[in-house]
Structure formats: structure tokens, C-alpha cells
Design a protein around this ligand. Structure first.
Ligand code: AMP
Ligand code: MG
Length: 489
């Protein structure tokens, strides 16, 4: 048996069996001299893949797109999307779906090569990706997984031995991304605009079976149920982003996955100082995708999803619109419910009182005024190190603290239980931009992956609250605060 056979690839490509309207089949463009830089061994094992075989030259050749494992049927997926509000035809311009891996426990995951060469959807782009941004996606997506937030995962990054042209010449790389699927809001928009009504129904039925099997396929209103289910998952997902201070950065409808996973890590970052207007993306000049606006944009994107589904929701368009609008209007409540409960947990509160929201809002206001670090404020509250907080000593904070303690004393259970709830709800560490940059610089400039490996190790257990995490939890120096990330790299 060759090592490629030993690797354990076990493809069953249901998406490739759908109508050809959904994709273009094609192989990856081979690269000159691929080298494996990082492999996610735990993820490999959970997929039923053998790390040793993946580390062989044949394994690397698969990750580079130079060799196609048996059973894979590479294709570029077609999709559209609203980019910063403007509707465009997009598609996998630099990614190829190798196929769907069936795991030993019977789960199905897309295996996608990102940076695998030009496709019919490249729109003049080179189809390639640079090493830095692919390693960055690896780090942030794995950090999100560690935080317990639904996300695509990163299996491996290989360098291609080729340089790509951006503002400067950069080393090329291919990221192997694992996802529940890559079906996006934009996939539905694409079919709704350019496909037939049968194809739209086919996509919706396929999506229900793949991601929402609890929906009864014989139910008349199953497409409305699909809409409601997607709304529910996104309300949960975006609440989790807000609770950890994650800013996606480019919440275009093509970057919203129907599965409810966080997808497409471009100009994303975690907020340091608490400020709802925080934006990291250099191209988001209006703040459309700022931290505080993410829930609104989530609802906006879901309304675009609902629009695409309208013909399936009811034969009478007007009635379909009424039903869809009702569903969309629930998003705000669902989001708020998830968010408030998450905030309660961050403060150690395990019951519901009406004034809880005020308590939370008062704290956020204090944090904003005193430019407090978002993550470390909750860490200081968890460990009762209030003197670490910039608002410590102020009369307003003292008043808030008294109200908080009074609130905690009104609930059942020992203080230790509240502390435990806070420890498991407040990450001790997040992937701070300055730490991520440090790891990327060592890897890309010096070929030293040890900094990144260490960072990944601590990010895997963010709720551990161990002394070893202290170095990673420090907020950046003011000089590091003007952090910007760039799209399209
Ligand atoms: P993103 O902003 O990464 O979500 O990408 C938006 C669109 O641009 C998607 O259709 C990508 O496939 C495409 N794209 C991004 N970078 C490239 C590239 N280097 N070559 C071709 N297409 C690209
Ligand atoms: Mg995208």
C-alpha cells in the first residue's frame, strides 16, 4: 500500500452528485515544490486520517493539490454574494473542494484546498494564497474551536515553493480547510438568481438533509423551517462572537455558512480595548462590520437568505414575504437572549432577573469610558483582581461592584459555583493580534514554527486559567493598537 492509501481518505462526494449548475469540476494546478509546514494531528485523527502518512511526501502532495487521493473529485463551488452591500457573482476563485471525508464515526466533512490555483470564478485573480494569511486562518480558526465556537477547522498548511505577487513577492501556500460544508448564504443567492426553481429546491433539500436532519422532509413548510433553523444557529453563533470579542471583519453574505460555522477568516481579529465601533479591516471604512454592528449585519444577511428562499416558502409571494419577515424579526430576540445569558454567565449569574441587562450595560459603559481591555476585565472579575482594572477606585465602579455582589448573593449556590461558571465562560486568553503577528513573523521570515506551535497549545485550552497563560493574556502596548488586517491576500 502506498502512503496515500494508508492515509485513510474515505471520500463520498454528495455535492458533486448535485446538478452541475452548482460547481465546475477541475483539478488543482500543481505547484513546484510543496513542503508541509504544519499539520493538525488531533483533527486528522478525528477525521480518520493517519498523521504519519499525511506527513509523507505523498501526503504533502495531496495538501498541495499535486496528487489527488482516490475517491476525491475536485471542484470549484459556484456562489454569489453581497459584498459590502453590493450583489456580485463570486465562487471559489482560489479554492477547490477535494471531496467529503466520511469519518469513522460517520460524520461528513468538506476537505477544501484554499490557494489551489485559478478557477472559472477567479475574476482575474491568481487563485493563490500567501503563507502568512493561511497560517493566520489556521491560528484563528483553531482558537475559535478552542473557545467552543462553531468554526471551520484547519488541517494543514503547505508552502508551494512558488512566490506570489501582492504588494511585494510573498511565499505561496495552500491551506487545507475542513468544514461541515461550504454552503453559504451566497450559494442560495447564486441559484436563486441564475438557477432554475428545481435547482433551488434541490439545494434546499440537500441542505436540510445535510445540516438540519431534524426537519421533516414531508413537511409542507420545510423551507420556512430551514430559514428558522439557520436564523437560530446564526443568532447563537454571533452571540458567541460578541461574548468573546471576535470581529469577523467581512460578513459578506458569501462568508456566512448555512451550517452555522464561522467561515472565511480574512480581516478578522479579537478586540482588545472595549469599544463597539472597533473595526480592524483596512477596507471597512464605514464600519459596516464593526463589533457592535455584527448582530445587525447578521440579520441583514439572513434577510438576503430569506429572499433567496421566497419561491420555496409559499406559492403566493406576498404570503411568503410575510412568513419570511416574521422569521427574520425573531433573530434580534434570539440573539439578545443568547447574548444576555452568555453575559450573565460571564458575571457568574445563573438565574434570570429583569435588571440583569442594566447591570451588564453599566459594566460595558464603564469599560468603554475607562478604555478597559474586554477579555481581561472579565478575567479580573473572575479572579477577584479588581485592582487590575482601570476603573478600579472610581465611585461608579464601586457602586457597580456592590450591585453585582448583591445580585450574586440573591442566587442559590455557593460562591465557588459562581466562580466556576465565570472561569468556564471567560477565556483567560484569546489570540491577541500582537501574539499572532509574532508567531507569523517567526514562521514566515525565519521558518521557525515553534512560536506558532506554542501559541496554538495555549489557545487550545483558553478556559484553563493556568499561570503559563499569563504571557499570552497581556493586552498590547499602545503602539500595537493600531492593528489593521488586509483583505484579499
Ligand atoms: P474573500 O474576501 O476571501 O471571501 O473572497 C472573496 C472572493 O474573491 C471569493 O470568490 C474568493 O474566491 C475570491 N478570491 C480571493 N482571493 C483570490 C485570488 N487570489 N484569486 C482568485 N480569487 C480570489
Ligand atoms: Mg469568502
Amino acid at each position: 500500500m502506498t502512503s496515500i492509501q494508508k492515509a485513510g481518505w474515505n471520500f463520498d462526494n454528495s455535492y458533486a452528485r448535485l446538478s452541475g449548475a452548482f460547481y465546475t469540476k477541475q483539478n488543482a494546478a500543481p505547484v513546484r515544490s510543496p513542503e508541509l509546514t504544519i499539520l493538525n494531528e488531533q483533527l486528522a485523527a478525528s477525521l480518520g486520517l493517519d498523521a504519519k502518512a499525511l506527513r509523507s511526501s505523498e501526503g504533502t502532495a495531496v495538501f498541495a493539490g499535486n496528487m489527488i487521493p482516490e475517491g476525491a473529485e475536485p471542484l470549484a463551488q459556484a456562489y454569489a454574494g453581497h459584498q459590502f452591500g453590493h450583489f456580485t457573482m463570486l465562487g471559489d476563485g482560489r479554492a477547490l473542494l477535494l471531496g467529503e471525508q466520511l469519518t469513522p464515526s460517520g460524520q461528513r466533512f468538506d476537505v477544501q484546498l484554499k490557494g489551489a490555483g485559478a478557477t472559472p470564478y477567479s475574476r482575474g485573480g491568481d487563485g493563490r494564497a500567501a503563507l502568512g494569511p493561511m497560517l493566520r486562518e489556521y491560528i484563528i480558526s483553531e482558537a475559535m474551536h478552542g473557545l467552543g465556537i462553531a468554526t471551520t477547522r484547519s488541517l494543514a498548511v503547505v508552502t508551494t515553493g512558488e512566490e506570489i505577487i501582492r504588494e511585494t513577492m510573498l511565499p505561496g501556500a495552500v491551506l487545507t480547510r475542513i468544514a461541515s460544508s461550504h454552503i453559504r448564504v451566497g450559494t442560495f443567492q447564486y441559484i436563486a438568481n441564475w438557477g432554475s426553481s428545481e435547482e433551488l429546491r434541490m439545494l434546499a433539500d440537500y441542505t436540510i438533509q445535510r445540516h438540519y436532519p431534524e426537519i421533516d422532509m414531508d413537511e409542507d413548510r420545510r423551507y420556512l423551517s430551514l430559514l428558522k433553523s439557520v436564523i437560530k444557529r446564526q443568532a447563537g453563533l454571533i452571540a458567541k462572537w460578541q461574548l468573546v470579542g471576535f470581529i469577523h471583519g467581512v460578513m459578506n453574505t458569501d462568508n456566512m455558512a448555512i451550517s452555522g460555522e464561522t467561515i472565511d477568516y480574512g480581516p478578522c481579529a479579537f478586540m482588545d480595548t472595549y469599544d463597539p465601533t472597533t473595526v480592524f479591516s483596512s477596507i471597512d471604512r464605514q464600519g459596516r462590520y464593526s463589533y457592535g454592528n455584527q448582530p445587525n449585519i447578521g440579520a441583514w444577511n439572513l434577510a438576503r437568505f430569506a429572499e433567496a428562499l421566497l419561491p420555496l416558502i409559499d406559492d403566493d409571494l406576498n404570503h411568503a414575504i410575510v412568513l419570511a419577515e416574521e422569521a427574520i424579526s425573531d433573530f434580534a430576540d434570539q440573539f439578545h437572549h443568547n447574548w444576555l445569558n452568555g453575559m450573565r454567565a460571564k458575571l457568574g449569574i445563573n438565574t434570570e432577573e429583569e435588571q440583569d441587562e442594566e447591570l451588564v450595560q453599566d459594566l460595558l459603559r464603564l469599560m468603554q469610558h475607562s478604555k478597559a481591555d474586554y477579555t481581561n476585565t472579565f478575567v479580573a472579575l473572575t479572579h477577584n483582581k479588581l485592582e487590575d482594572l482601570p476603573m478600579f477606585g472610581s465611585a461608579e465602579f464601586e457602586q457597580w461592584r456592590e450591585q453585582w455582589h448583591a445580585r450574586l448573593s440573591r442566587q442559590q449556590g455557593a460562591e465557588a459555583a459562581a466562580t466556576q461558571l465565570m472561569r468556564s465562560s471567560n477565556p483567560a486568553i484569546i489570540p491577541r493580534n500582537h501574539r499572532v503577528e509574532e508567531a507569523l513573523e517567526a514562521a514566515v521570515k525565519d521558518g521557525d514554527y515553534s512560536v506558532m506551535e506554542q501559541l496554538l497549545n495555549v489557545l487550545a485550552n483558553p478556559y484553563e486559567h493556568s499561570p503559563g497563560q499569563a504571557k499570552y493574556s497581556a493586552a498590547p502596548e499602545p503602539s500595537d493598537c493600531t492593528y489593521r488586517t488586509f483583505c484579499g491576500t
